[in-house]
Write a protein that binds this ligand. Structure first.
Ligand SMILES: NC(=O)c1ccccc1
Length: 515
């Protein structure tokens, strides 16, 4: 009689989860890797592989934990709109902090049963079977998921033209960019089609469109809001966060989505206290000290009217009892450069080669989303945006020739950058600078050469990207308009002190709106 062990060996040959290769295939790998193993050694490896496959076979049989899908839904429909990818109506609890509010979800976040393409043909056709943790939290508080908002191709651009569904237009001028990569989220808020939105930020992608659409967007402290169930660019710079028209709504959404996800997200630390941000926003700024970071107001791309408007706006906070003064953080000048190797090599290794999740962390991996990435990258790599191809070619070249030493150095220097902001934040409650050096840039047109296209795609992130590396909370609020176009002011706080950032933003909002 066959033992159950024999049966497993039989399965191994009939329907293997990992196929047993011909021995020549192992010899090729040995040669490629220049291991010079002997024939006897290769034969042994070939034999031993059968045992390893048994482990894989067993792992394949075992049922992995799933992120919960708590509320029933229908899939909705594909939208015919520049800023919506998909429309749906997923309702959660009948009461709660978000009862009756509609929320647009950036299309890099999984909503079970609703198609997701992350702005890219790479993922087109994928429908997640799980809800990202923040989706469950929104639904538990009565929020209504109104759809998936268009984002840039794999979220890798600060303009709003790389999405394979087409450009997202600036709500104030349709030849201009809405900003990216959370383009649809900000544009739909400005168009008043949704009450709240979710964005993602690795180089500025929440704050850029918030600045150019005149809305509020907060990149929370690294790890405050769980990234579980969201497509990853690079684990050390991934953030997701709230976007809204008002500071209070932004605070409310933060309050709902923030907090520890029981070890599913390696970006988080346990035991962080989550205050009721929405109740604190009106506390005022009396006695608070605000530092205007000189280096953030003057560099090559800076438009004079932008610097002037943000400086004047911040200074108005003295009327609410804050003190405002100039300060200098010299290393801010190097912030974008320090971000660059982590972002380039990280994106390549984690998102592209790691299929939207990467390796080397404990927590909950989005298995089906990874398979979708893997299929897309394998079958249609040519369908990536040129912006992302540029990153892939450069990162492959650098990692091939210089291995990961610059990635490592970039992360070590990030610690120095972090300490410099921390030091300034001992003296000041918040720091302020323009979110972006310029008013909305144009959407690229056919007349633009590649140099211009890449400038329009990446040239806005000098002030935003450093805080993706360091993880400090940073919020963009509309400071006002210049030449009819919105200008964003960025308020940066101590880690996990979103409450103070939101209070300063709210105090400014009252001054700006005269109420
Ligand atoms: N995902 C991002 O925040 C991003 C922004 C700008 C450029 C690249 C990436």
């Amino acid at each position: 009689m066959a033992s159950s062990d024999d049966k497993k060996v039989a399965d191994l040959y009939k329907n293997p989860v990992v196929k047993l290769p011909h021995i020549n295939e192992l010899k090729e790998i040995d040669a490629e890797l220049r291991l010079k193993s002997s024939d006897e050694e290769i034969e042994f490896v070939h034999e031993h592989l059968k045992d390893v496959i048994k482990a894989y076979q067993r792992v394949n049989e075992l049922i992995e934990p799933q992120l919960p899908v708590k509320y029933p839904r229908t899939p909705g429909f594909k939208a015919d709109d520049d800023a919506w990818y998909w429309k749906c109506e997923v309702k959660g609890a009948s009461t709660g902090k978000l009862a009756g509010k509609t929320i647009g979800i950036k299309d890099n976040v999984a909503v079970a049963g609703v198609p997701m393409m992350n702005g890219s043909k790479i993922l087109e056709g994928y429908t997640p079977e799980f809800d990202a943790t923040i989706i469950t939290r929104i639904l538990d508080e009565g929020g209504i998921i109104a759809g998936k908002t268009v984002c840039e191709d794999m979220c890798f651009s600060g303009n709003s033209w790389t999405s394979s569904s087409g450009p997202v237009k600036n709500p104030f001028n349709n030849r201009l960019s809405a900003g990216g990569s959370s383009s649809g989220s900000a544009a739909l808020l400005a168009r008043k089609e949704i009450d709240l939105a979710i964005g993602g930020d690795q180089g500025g992608s929440i704050r850029i469109p918030s600045s150019w659409c005149g809305t509020v967007g907060l990149k929370p402290t690294f790890g405050l809001v769980p990234y579980t169930g969201i497509a990853s660019i690079e684990t050390t710079i991934d953030h997701t966060g709230p976007m809204a028209r008002t500071v209070k709504d932004c605070a409310l959404l933060l309050e709902v989505i923030a907090g520890y996800d029981e070890g599913r997200d390696p970006r988080q630390i346990p035991n962080v206290e989550i205050p009721s941000y929405s109740k604190l926003v009106d506390d005022g700024v009396k006695g608070l000290k605000i530092g205007l970071v000189k280096e953030g107001f003057s560099f090559k791309q800076m438009e004079e009217d932008v610097a002037k408007l943000v400086r004047e706006s911040a200074t108005k906070l003295t009327g609410a009892g804050a003190t405002v003064e100039d300060t200098s953080i010299p290393i801010h000048d190097d912030g974008l450069e320090i971000w660059t190797p982590a972002a380039f090599e990280g994106t390549y290794k984690c998102m592209v080669q790691g299929n939207g999740a990467g390796y080397h962390w404990k927590g909950h991996y989005p298995t089906s989303m990874q398979e979708a990435h893997a299929r897309g990258f394998a079958t249609r790599p040519h369908d990536m945006s040129f912006a992302l191809k540029l990153v892939v070619i450069i990162a492959e070249y650098i990692s091939k020739n210089y291995q990961n030493k610059f990635y490592a150095k970039s992360l070590n220097l990030t610690n120095v950058l972090t300490m410099a902001y921390d030091e300034a934040l001992k003296k000041y409650d918040v720091l302020i600078m323009p979110t972006l050096p310029m008013k909305p840039l144009p959407l690229p047109t056919e007349k633009d050469d590649l140099h211009e296209i890449i400038r329009l795609t990446f040239d806005m992130i000098k002030n935003t990207a450093p805080f993706d590396s360091t993880g400090h909370p940073a919020l963009s609020i509309n400071a006002g308009f210049s030449e009819g176009l919105p200008v964003g002011m960025m308020i940066i706080g101590k880690k996990f002190d979103e409450a103070t950032v939101l209070k300063v933003a709210r105090a400014f909002e009252k001054i700006r709106d005269g109420k």
